[in-house]
Design a protein around this ligand. Sequence first.
Ligand SMILES: Nc1ncnc2c1ncn2[C@@H]1O[C@H](COP(=O)(O)OP(=O)(O)OP(=O)(O)O)[C@@H](O)[C@H]1O
Length: 256
Amino acid sequence: MSHDTGTRERRDDPEGQSVVRFDHVGLRYDLGPEVFRDIGFTLPRGSFHFLTGGSGAGKSSVLGLCYLALRPTRGGISLFGHDVTRLPRRLLPRLRRRMGVVFQDFRLIDHLSAMDNVALPLRVSGAPEADIRRHVPELLAWVGLADHLNAKPPTLSGGQKQRVAIARAVINRPDLLLADEPTGNVDDRIGMRLLHLFEELNKMGTTVLIATHNEQLVQRFPYGRLHLDAGRLTWHGVGDPPPDRATAVPPRPRQS
Ligand SMILES: Nc1ncnc2c1ncn2[C@@H]1O[C@H](COP(=O)(O)OP(=O)(O)OP(=O)(O)O)[C@@H](O)[C@H]1O
């Protein structure tokens, strides 16, 4: 089968098998240099991938494109089968609500307690308050914050804030989880526990993409890997990028 997924097919196949699809995507910020040239990959429904690469390789930018904070300078991106480069802006929030995002800088609401930060996506989606009172403390206890339900973010450590941010991202069982360095501020034991949480979510059907510098984590969990180097996607597979990474990802055929 060819890689051709023209606009018509993407529009007519909103629940197709790819949750994220990049086709020849390029990105530059304002008048700066191109961060990427011609990146293409697909994340199938229910898949689990790490996104790796050195500092400045473009990991957060890929995530920003996925959660629609950024628009590509060229190429096409589809999410849940919708071509988002053509979709009217008013329809984007509906797609965003299907995603859980863990930001590198957490983006918690400082005047709300940990409990209320995590409850936010449930309240937005109209979940009954009784369910919120049951599920949120359970999840916060699972990430080791049972004693901090009422703490406000400014009183929490970096690792504790990170776990609140993760709980908020997963509480709604999103269709797509995007996490930027989700274990960057926690010790190994908690890092493993968080990875197990992502695995559980993945088993229930969530597609997972985790940007990380943590090689140990990537080695311990045998999932797919997208590796960025100098503005190019140089490896898309399981395990380590081969030494001659320049040839690891063949260019995708351009659509006519
Ligand atoms: N808002 C911005 N304006 C201009 N340039 C930016 C902006 N954000 C990122 N960049 C540039 O884009 C490139 C990729 O940055 P990005 O944050 O995506 O990399 P990263 O792989 O996530 O890095 P790190 O691992 O250090 O977080 C870098 O050269 C960075 O300077």
